[in-house]
Design a protein around this ligand. Structure first.
Ligand code: PMP
Length: 407
């Protein structure tokens, strides 16, 4: 069982007041706060172990390499993946998805081939595929959303066919909170001979994830949304897939042999980690993974689901407020997007900030979804392990204030 009061003691940033009120941080889908353990791991690395990795012989270089590579192992374990070599560190989810679209897409997607996406994707799971389509002449196909805010699986099934080369879907919507049936969609993709890419930016931080059970080919996510530092992303690939791919970026650390006109590549995963990686932040990400593993992702999910149910109950009693996304908390992650017309989401977020409550307002990098919902923007509250019912009540109080201002 998660005790947010105990957990909060590990998060120094949450001790502050904002606008004269205790900070209530409900913008976790954008990025989470970092526990002391992660901050200390970062400082400790620089104070005791800093060196460049892989090529060094000296003690610090070996130590830094061991610490960096140990996190690859922890990341694999976190995803229930059997092989640490199937983990490539990137800058973020965005770079991981670009890596797939470039390094796999350029070699395997051709004119007339089809790429299946959904209308609830984040821009980082749209734009790299648009760029691939523009380079190759492939076509983009978008599956729609049901009135309840769920992915229309019949439409997904109808779109996947003999021309489909890749299906790329978010595991959990950053706006609607919808958890998608990615294993089922992956099976549809496999039967069509297509690859399944999962954008796990919102799921890895909040749900137990077993990439092998999901049956996907690629799984991408970001450390900063799961208590880790910014500047670290992860791309997992199904066994053997990275070996078939050409490198995304060229340079130091990713080569075996360099000649004047051509080079050969280092083994996977190093082939995809050109240049000096973000060593210190990867090491600190290891502390974030330990923190989540100690709590247990099942417990994280249970806590956030209960909080989401409570938030939906509280918000439903606020006059004029409408929520987007599935009605049941067990069908969604800890994200609640809503509207309070005629108040603009920016006004709502500004009033909430006056109460010390941090929520996000805008298109959430999901303009296709905004268009589908018929809105320019939404207000969004999103939860993490350190949030509790008091935080939801502070949000509800701020939203009552919005109603007083806007009548
Ligand atoms: N996909 C989803 C579903 C997201 O929520 C986000 C972050 N908002 C991203 C991708 C992109 O993550 P990053 O900015 O860390 O690359």
């Amino acid at each position: 069982m998660i005790d947010p009061r105990e957990i909060r003691k590990d998060f120094p940033i949450l001790e502050q007041q904002v606008n004269g009120r205790p900070l209530v941080y409900l913008d976790n889908a954008a990025t989470t706060q970092k526990p002391r353990q992660v901050i200390e791991a970062l400082v400790r690395y620089y104070e005791t172990s800093n060196a460049n990795i892989h090529r060094g012989i000296h003690t610090l270089a070996v130590r830094a390499t061991e610490q960096y590579e140990a996190v690859r192992g922890k990341t694999a374990a976190f995803l229930s993946a059997s092989h640490p070599e199937d983990i490539v560190f990137t800058r973020n989810t965005t770079e991981a998805l670009n890596l797939v679209a470039r390094a796999w897409g350029d070699a395997n997607v051709h004119e007339g081939d089809e790429i299946v996406l959904t209308l609830m994707e984040h821009h980082s799971n749209i734009v790299p595929w648009q760029q691939l389509a523009q380079r190759t002449g492939a076509l983009l196909r978008y599956a729609g959303i049901t009135p309840e805010g769920k992915l229309d699986l019949d439409e997904v099934r109808g779109l996947i066919g003999p021309r489909t080369k890749v299906v790329s879907v978010t595991h959990m919507s950053n706006v609607l909170g919808t958890i998608n049936a990615v294993a089922e969609i992956g099976e549809m993709a496999r039967q069509a001979g297509a690859l399944m890419v999962v954008d796990g930016a919102q799921s890895a931080p909040h749900l137990p994830v077993d990439v092998e059970a999901l049956g996907c080919d690629f799984f991408a996510f970001s450390a900063h949304k799961m208590l880790g530092p910014t500047g670290v992303g992860v791309l997992w690939a199904r066994r053997g897939l990275f070996e078939t791919m050409e490198p995304f970026l060229g340079g130091g650390d990713m080569i075996a042999l360099v000649r004047q006109d051509e080079s050969t590549w280092a083994d996977v995963p190093h082939k995809f980690e050109a240049g000096t990686p973000n060593i210190a932040d990867v090491v600190a990400f290891g502390a974030a993974l330990d923190y989540l593993q100690d709590l247990g992702m099942g417990a994280v999910r249970a806590h956030e689901m209960a909080l989401t149910a409570y938030a939906m109950e509280q918000l439903s009693s606020i006059e004029g407020l409408t929520m987007h996304g599935p009605e049941r908390a067990d069908e969604r992650g800890g994200v609640v997007s809503f509207a309070m017309n005629p108040a603009h989401p920016h006004d709502i977020a500004t009033i909430a900030d006056g109460h010390g409550v941090a929520i996000r307002a805008g298109h959430h990098c999901a303009q296709l979804l905004m268009r589908h919902l018929g809105v320019a923007a939404t207000s969004r509250a999103s939860f993490s392990i350190y949030n509790d019912k008091d935080d939801i009540e502070a949000l509800a109080e701020a939203l009552e204030h919005v109603n007083r201002v806007f009548g």
